[in-house]
Design a protein around this ligand. Structure first.
Ligand code: GLU
Length: 466
């Protein structure tokens, strides 16, 4: 067991932060944080054509939103290219690699010939065992001297023992003829130099692990623990794609899912701790382990996501919710809240956070405290404002005028008027909702009245009765 656990997230900045990537980051973060270890971030920007600063920005922003923090500054893989080249030369000096002078045309010709003979097209360089004295003064690449016989075996914490036949792995290029390192080399050098002890990533990298393990072995470096996690599938069980809708993490913020709920759901996606569905960050840190990661692809389930988010909204402190809702509105490009709207939202929060699965749902319920007079009822709510119900509202106002603004007294005043008209409380609630909130889905009418106060309540009832 290494002294300190070090994990990393190593995204390529070529697009948005995919939710699969976000989950990988989360698993690495939880694994390290739960063990007093370090979690590092490395941006794999070696592909200069496809990497963009905007994509890096999106990754940083997405991780921050999800509440994932990394130790130290993030590392740019591209900036470490000299070090990668140095290791390639070191490997050469150790005899773990060799210079290959074959031109692309020669390699293609060798492949052609192999194809024609029905042999494996895996390129075998004639320079592998060539005498140094025979080396021409010509451009060369540095190739790994990979074992030709036997197997490269990966002990994977999720996949178990995975075997790769060495006669199916070629001597991969580590350093190109222009002196630039290949991605496969860079990953290993970086992980080694950063002291990474556990590589937890998508199982689309399992094949890379075989080649990367060969580099560790050629350098005499200690291999990390490998853990390749199954990818996330869409609700239909097929590989996640744009077809499934929200695949970028930023879309989830804009849809109004709270970050805590998203963390909980993504952690649970492909990992289990007994039958726990809802858990706190502390519990996740305490429980998360590699043993709990399943071998089958996890399926996205929006119903489950919403349920978990609803539980987190209910459990959150009001002030934290307001803060996160402010960020949500900005992300969703919806109008910002004024200070008095924020204050109102906070006051109303105890009556809003139960049974709201997302922020848009919560905001809809909060309409009574966010809207200003005159309250314009939506179509459905407006149906409750009939000549008869308007008359009832008119009768109610003087009663409320005299009530002390206590729940019990307000209830009694409303009940008295309802009774006088031979109607139940349920029946009278509809025009009250329409008058106070202009909506049909609201907190209880009494809670709303208490939140907005006597004066505002009476003003709204008077508006609606007119
Ligand atoms: N940069 C790779 C990717 O974004 C990850 C490499 C790794 O985790 O080793 O898929």
């Amino acid at each position: 067991m290494p002294a300190e656990i070090v994990t990393r997230f190593a995204p390529s900045p070529t697009g948005y932060l995919h939710i699969g990537g976000a989950r990988t980051a989360l698993f690495n973060w939880l694994y390290a944080r739960g063990r007093g270890g370090k979690f590092l971030l490395r941006i794999e920007d070696t592909d200069r054509e496809r990497s963009t600063p905007e994509a890096t920005e999106a990754i940083l922003k997405g991780l921050k939103w999800l509440g994932i923090d990394w130790d130290g500054d993030w590392v740019s893989q591209f900036e470490r290219r000299d070090r990668h080249a140095e290791v390639a030369r070191e490997m050469l000096a150790r005899g773990g690699a060799y210079k290959c002078f074959c031109t692309p045309a020669e390699i293609e010709a060798a492949r052609e010939a192999a194809r024609a003979d029905g042999r494996s097209t895996l390129f075998q360089s004639p320079w592998r065992d060539a005498d140094h004295a025979s080396h021409p003064d010509a451009p060369f690449v540095i190739r790994l001297k990979a074992p030709r016989e036997g197997e490269t075996v990966i002990e994977d914490a999720v996949q178990g023992t995975v075997r790769f036949r060495n006669d199916q792995l070629d001597d991969m290029v580590c350093l190109r003829s222009d002196g630039t390192p290949t991605y496969m080399l860079a990953v290993v050098v970086d992980d080694h130099d950063m002291g990474v002890t556990h590589v937890i990533r998508g199982d689309d990298h399992l094949n890379n692990a075989a080649r990367q393990a060969q580099v560790y072995r050629a350098m005499g470096w200690e291999e990390p623990v490998w853990a390749h996690i199954p990818l996330i599938h869409g609700p239909d069980g097929k590989k996640l794609s744009k077809r499934h809708g929200a695949v970028g993490l930023e879309a989830y913020q804009a849809l109004g899912y709270p970050a805590a709920g998203m963390r909980n759901y993504l952690t649970r996606l492909g990992w289990a701790h007994g039958d726990a569905e809802f858990f706190t960050d502390e519990q996740a840190r305490e429980w998360f382990d590699l043993k709990g990661i399943g071998r089958a692809p996890a399926r996205l389930d929006f119903k489950k996501l919403e349920n978990i988010c609803g539980q987190h909204i209910a459990a959150m402190a009001g002030a934290d919710l307001v803060e996160e809702i402010v960020a949500y509105l900005a992300a969703a490009e919806r109008p910002a809240l004024s200070q008095s709207q924020k204050d109102g939202l906070l006051r109303a929060m105890p009556h809003l956070k139960e049974r709201s699965k997302t922020f848009p749902e919560l905001i809809e319920k909060a309409h009574f405290v966010l809207a200003a007079r005159p309250i314009v009822p939506d179509e459905k709510a407006g149906e409750a404002l009939t000549p008869v119900s308007r008359g009832i509202l008119r009768e109610l106002t003087p009663q409320l005028q005299n009530a002390s603004w206590q729940r019990e007294e307000i209830e009694q005043a409303v009940a008295r008027v309802a009774e006088a008209h031979g109607m139940g409380l349920g029946k009278i609630a509809a025009p009250l909702r329409a008058a106070i909130a202009g909506r049909t889905v609201t907190p209880s009418v009494f809670d709303m009245m208490l939140v907005i106060g006597r004066e505002e309540t009476i003003a709204r009832l008077t508006d609606a009765a007119a």
